[in-house]
Design a protein around this ligand. Structure first.
Ligand SMILES: Nc1ncnc2c1ncn2[C@@H]1O[C@H](COP(=O)(O)OP(=O)(O)OP(=O)(O)O)[C@@H](O)[C@H]1O
Ligand SMILES: [Mg+2]
Length: 360
């Protein structure tokens, strides 16, 4: 029979208690662990929420920053547009003031030139009559008294007889030229801002060329002069703002002259030429103004109609000519203004405008 002694009983008891103690500690630890696990989850959740919140705040901040950048850009563009508009207004104000001035001068010159031109005809006739009379005297009195003979030699009567006729002819040509210029000035400065008028576009182009004659004829810059080839088709009377169209012709032809002057410096052998062609296509007038200058660089082409874009020296170009022309053709006349240019071989500007304007 098995029997335990007292000491081993006590040991067993002791061990049993220890185990119980350990089990209790394990349970407590387990509980703590469970609790801290729950705490960790709560904390994790809270930090997730905080992170989401932070992200949405950052997103909102970024959005509002982008928005204010966009607003800033819009403001910048609006300011640029305003500046451009202001310059255009000043320019068109200047042009209309110039128009009034030119029209006034043309009117003032018209009267005196009429006197000269009108009286030249009579002066020439009187001269012929007097010449006739002198010839008659010479025929019937071939031996004048010494004093008259002396006077005939002093004034060189024979030369006067020859020269006076050509003198009258050149005075006549000069007066006719002044007439042409006055007519061109009047056509050019038509003060017709109020409404569309019907006008002859060819007359407008010719008056513009006449005004620019001093830059086309041989000069120190272009010793050979610039030749203009006019290739006019048949165009009906056009419904347009004639004064404004003349301004477009002026801008484009002046640009061509500037380009040709530069080209001649690079190539003195060049025969600088501007050709102006007009034709009627599908009830639209097509006007082409081409030059054989240096053409437009690719870099310049993308900005040609932008206000203030210029490649010319300060004081020579404001960079408004083409942007104003674009506005006049496209916005005012519902037309098209385009250009073709291969750098190195000239430029061509094409204006297309309808013969009749639809009421807008
Ligand atoms: N026929 C052309 N050949 C070469 N470049 C041209 C020609 N026409 C225009 N350009 C270019 O386009 C630019 C802009 O022309 P735009 O007429 O608008 O201004 P600008 O002539 O420089 O100055 P502004 O006309 O105000 O006096 C010119 O500076 C020039 O570089
Ligand atoms: Mg110009």
């Amino acid at each position: 029979m098995l029997h335990k002694d007292n000491t081993s009983d006590a040991d067993d008891n002791n061990n049993h208690n220890k185990i119980k103690q350990l089990e209790k500690s394990v349970r407590i630890l387990q509980k703590r662990l469970e609790r801290s696990e729950a705490d960790r989850k709560v904390l994790e959740k809270a930090s997730e929420i905080k992170e989401l919140l932070l992200k949405s705040v950052i997103r909102e901040l970024e959005e509002s920053q982008a928005l204010s950048e966009k607003r800033g850009q819009e403001l910048e563009t609006a300011l640029q547009n305003l500046k451009a508009l202001q310059m255009k207004l000043i320019e068109s104000e200047k042009m209309s003031a110039l128009g009034v001035l030119v029209a006034g001068i043309a009117h003032e010159i018209n009267n005196p030139v009429n006197f000269i031109y009108g009286n030249l005809y009579y002066a020439n006739n009187y001269f012929k009559s007097i010449l006739n009379l002198i010839n008659l005297y010479e025929y019937y009195y071939p031996e004048p008294v010494a004093e008259i003979q002396q006077e005939i030699e002093t004034i060189e009567l024979d030369f006067i007889k020859q020269d006076l006729q050509s003198l009258f002819e050149s005075m006549n040509t000069g007066a006719e030229r002044i007439f042409e210029i006055v007519k061109s000035l009047r056509i050019f400065s038509r003060l017709d801002e109020a409404d569309f008028k019907t006008a002859d576009i060819h007359l407008g182009i010719d008056s513009t060329l006449s005004i620019l004659n001093h830059r086309l004829k041989p000069s120190a810059n272009v010793t050979q002069g610039i030749q203009v080839i006019r290739n006019f088709g048949t165009l009906p009377a056009m419904e347009c703002y004639p004064g404004q169209l003349n301004q477009v012709f002026l801008n484009i032809i002046v640009n061509a002259i500037d380009a040709l002057e530069d080209a001649v410096i690079k190539n003195p052998q060049l025969l600088p030429t501007i050709s102006i062609t007009t034709e009627l296509v599908n009830e639209q007038a097509v006007i082409r103004i081409a030059d054989n200058g240096l053409g437009i660089s690719e870099k310049a082409q993308s900005q040609l109609f932008t206000p203030f874009f210029t490649t010319k020296d300060i004081g020579k170009g404001t960079g408004l000519g083409l942007s104003i022309s674009y506005q006049i053709i496209v916005e005012l006349h519902a037309g098209i203004l385009e250009y073709y240019s291969k750098p190195g071989s000239g430029a061509e500007f094409v204006i297309i405008i309808p013969v009749q304007q639809t009421k807008r």
